[in-house]
Design a protein around this ligand. Structure first.
Ligand code: SF4
Length: 230
């Protein structure tokens, strides 16, 4: 589906469902959207059981719907995979992720963006995928969402340690405080001593620094980014 998200043209949800795992989840946009869609006739089946009667994530992940790939346009575009879930959620069955990765491989004209708040799980599943197939699709970019300095320091190194040739990216959304990404260049250093961002082509494409939009107010808040894809 076409999306209003600034950093991609399309978004698809081969599965839905999630649960909170970070301070950045406190104002989860997808949770409220899932609740609304679970009550609409056309989308109720896809969201059945992923939210409870109070509109909270249950942690259930829906069944796999590969037809979302068929509805992508013919011409090359960037595709966010999983705006209504975390593809690397702990309740995801790894074989389901394997099938999603393989389907992305079968659409080489597109660039697929896999974004997670759970880089440990991403590393584990991607490493397993590589052990099976000896390669990983280069049209998949792997990304992590971080919301504060602690997550920058903990999660980005896990992402960039994943042994793939594909691109890495980072989302700072919602940004809950000032962060230092250590993006200074280091041309004087040998390659094995360069900061991990340089060694691994880390791309900060998702800066979403928004002000005073969280319910608590303050200098930093939740992005009001649109998500028009179901
Ligand atoms: S990981 Fe994303 S979709 Fe899941 S609860 Fe957190 S913000 Fe929501």
């Amino acid at each position: 589906m076409p999306t209003k998200i600034e950093w991609c043209k399309e978004s698809i949800n081969p599965v839905t469902g999630c649960s909170k795992c970070s301070p950045g989840c406190d104002n989860c946009y997808a949770e409220g959207t899932a609740f609304r869609l679970s009550r609409m006739p056309k989308t109720a089946a896809k969201y059945a059981g992923v939210v409870d009667e109070r509109g909270r994530w249950t942690g259930k992940i829906s069944g796999l719907d590969l037809s979302v790939f068929d509805r992508l346009p013919q011409k090359p575009c960037s595709v966010f995979v999983g705006s209504m879930t975390d593809i690397f959620h702990e309740n995801m069955i790894r074989h389901v992720v394997r099938v999603i990765i393989a389907e992305a491989f079968n659409h080489p004209q597109h660039t697929f963006l896999f974004l997670t708040k759970r880089p440990d799980n991403m590393r584990e599943i991607v490493t397993w995928f590589i052990s099976l197939y000896r390669k990983f699709p280069q049209n998949i970019w792997l990304g992590v969402t971080v919301c504060n300095q602690q997550e920058v320091d903990e999660k980005i190194p896990i992402l960039t340690a994943i042994p793939v040739e594909s691109r890495f990216f980072v989302s700072l959304e919602p940004l809950l405080g000032p962060v230092n990404l250590h993006f200074g260049r280091s041309d004087h250093l040998p390659s094995n001593e360069k900061p991990f961002q340089e060694r691994h082509h880390l791309i900060p494409i998702l800066y979403q620094v928004c002000y005073n939009t969280s319910s608590k107010g303050g200098g930093y808040g939740t992005s009001s980014i649109g998500r028009g894809e179901y």
